[in-house]
Design a protein around this ligand. Structure first.
Ligand code: URA
Length: 244
């Protein structure tokens, strides 16, 4: 008896062939296609949640900084399982553009990320405070209390594999302690995203603005050593850069 032809299967085989000869050499099974679709749906959902959080941040008036800003800076980039770089608060350039780490410290952060073999868009970049404190003063405890829930929500959506806390304010806030950055950097800590959730590994390191002010071999090496630990933890290759 002639074998029954599954038209859908034949059509899919033709499509796969077309894609293959057009240069896409990964012919996919139904199972991997379904998995891909559900990962895509999850990513779309996460992107939607991140955009809604950003919308609330841009409209926020929970503290007086909301009245003083030009733009709120919700944070940008990243997807589930990425590295999240968390700084302190936007400065003048960030306030003007509504984007995190775009000034001098940001240019240095870009270099650090590139030295890790990553691109800025591969990671999430955000801050403890979403609005610029006047004259770049330190964040105040009451501002942190009001603003931190936004970052906590973002981290809950992204579920980063690792968090890099840039500077003492970010590290202390996320770890809920009062230690100096010298005591905190160089080793992994646990960040607890919620009572029931698994802790996320957090590496504290010097803030790029500190590096700019204290540009020494020792401070640069310290940050690079911290980033090497992050790459190792994630099982990512450590670029050599001719360093010992
Ligand atoms: N410093 C920070 O902590 N965050 C920024 O976004 C820029 C500078």
């Amino acid at each position: 008896m002639a074998e029954e032809i599954d038209i859908k299967k034949v059509a899919r085989q033709h499509l796969d062939m077309d894609r293959f000869f057009a240069g896409d050499f990964s012919i996919k099974s139904e199972k991997s296609r379904t998995r891909e679709q559900s990962l895509q749906a999850e990513a779309d959902q996460a992107a939607g949640r991140m955009e809604r959080i950003a919308g609330r941040v841009r409209a926020c008036r929970r503290c007086p900084l909301g009245e003083l800003r030009t733009n709120a800076v919700p944070g940008e980039g990243g997807w589930r399982g990425c590295i999240a770089f968390i700084g302190e608060a936007p400065g003048a350039d960030e306030d003007a553009q509504g984007r995190p780490f775009v000034g001098r410290a940001g240019k240095l952060l870009d270099k650090i990320i590139a030295a890790m073999g990553l691109k800025r868009q591969d990671v999430f970049i955000g801050n403890i405070l979403k609005c610029r404190p006047p004259d770049n003063r330190d964040p105040r405890p009451d501002e942190i209390v009001k603003c931190l829930p936004y970052l906590q929500e973002q981290l809950d959506v992204l579920k980063p594999e690792t968090i890099v806390a840039l500077g003492a304010h970010a590290a202390r806030t996320l770890l809920d302690n009062n230690k100096s950055i010298g005591q905190l950097r160089g080793k992994f800590h646990d960040y607890y995203p919620g009572a029931m959730a698994k802790p996320i590994k957090l590496m504290a390191t010097y803030h790029p603005a500190y590096l700019l002010r204290n540009y020494s071999d020792a401070s640069r090496r310290a940050v690079w050593e911290d980033m090497q630990q992050v790459l190792k933890e994630l099982g990512l290759p450590i670029p050599d850069h001719g360093r010992k």
